[in-house]
Design a protein around this ligand. Structure first.
Ligand code: CAA
Length: 260
């Protein structure tokens, strides 16, 4: 896959999607958002890809936010369309039935951290700086941050971050529950790839269904969510992977899953 602002590498079932605008600290312009959406859809369809890692090119930034140069002269309607372009791209990451891991390798600000929030698991470098500086620009997080941050860490903590625009370090982000794990900077990709490998060794269809159940729980009442869980749980029993996983257990060997 060839993109102007992304690098996509696929090795042994794991795709690494890198935002590649290092001169602008990987800021998200419209073109990059459209490419993320396109790449996400292609990775969703690619049967050889089981896990996706999202990170930023260079040593300094994951993504320093939406592109301020592009946003500066937008009018109200264009601002709304820009926000929706971000929503569409990140919904592709959030809704795909494959696990997506964010490897936050530096500044993850505004729209940049909103990308991470649409991923399933966030590992951060100990050098990462995280925050929502939008209010310092006279706007607020518009790529899903008002929704996803509040759901992750609670209303009060999300409001504090968004109202102050302050940047916090990785350790504080971990304490707050914004990231899953903080890793020494040089070790970040090694740790993330080990996590991706660990996830990849399990049944991919079941993981995709579990992701659906967990994500949908946020918008469904308990009865509907449990009904979905029962249906998706049942679907597992129609897969070869479930037969292989349970047969391997009984035969005291390691299961080999095929995603079927
Ligand atoms: N948009 C466009 N360009 C950006 C950018 C952004 N979000 N962030 C950094 N850049 C550019 C800088 O303009 C600079 O370009 P030039 O070399 O052409 O001048 C280059 O990247 C390097 O940045 P700095 O020189 O500023 O690097 P620094 O180390 O001094 O500072 C920083 C790093 C603290 C991250 C600083 O760049 C910064 O504050 N960036 C903006 C962060 C921000 O406000 N993000 C939120 C954007 S709004 C948003 O995301 C809206 C939304 O929710 C949809």
């Amino acid at each position: 896959m060839e993109y102007k602002n992304l690098l996509v590498e696929i090795n042994n079932g794991i795709a690494v999607l890198k935002i590649n605008r290092p001169k602008a600290l990987n800021a998200l312009n419209s073109e990059t958002l459209i490419e993320i959406n396109d790449a996400g859809r292609a990775l969703q369809k690619n049967k050889d890809v089981w896990v996706i890692v999202v990170t930023g090119e260079g040593d300094k930034a994951f993504i320093a936010g939406a592109d301020i140069v592009e946003m500066k002269d937008l009018n109200a309607v264009e601002g709304m369309l820009f926000s929706q372009r971000g929503h569409d791209a990140f919904a592709t990451l959030e809704n795909m039935n494959k696990p997506v891991i964010a490897a936050v390798n530096g500044f993850a600000l505004g729209g940049g951290f909103e990308v991470a929030l649409a991923c399933d698991i966030i590992y951060a470098s100990d050098k990462a700086k995280i925050g929502f500086p939008e209010a310092t620009l006279g706007i607020f997080p518009g790529f899903g941050g008002t929704q996803r941050a509040a759901k992750l860490v609670g209303l009060a903590k999300a409001k504090e971050l968004i109202f102050t625009g302050k940047m916090i370090g990785a350790a504080e982000a971990y304490e707050m529950g914004l990231v899953n794990k903080v890793v020494p900077h040089e070790e970040l990709m090694k740790e993330v790839m080990a996590l991706a490998e660990k996830i990849k060794s399990n049944g991919p269809v079941a993981i995709g269904l579990a992701k659906e159940c967990i994500n949908k729980s946020l918008s469904l009442d308990m009865d509907s969510a449990l009904m979905l869980e029962a249906k998706d749980f049942g679907l597992c029993f129609g897969t070869k992977d479930q037969k292989e996983g349970m047969t391997a257990f009984v035969e005291k060997r390691k299961a080999t899953f095929k995603g079927e």
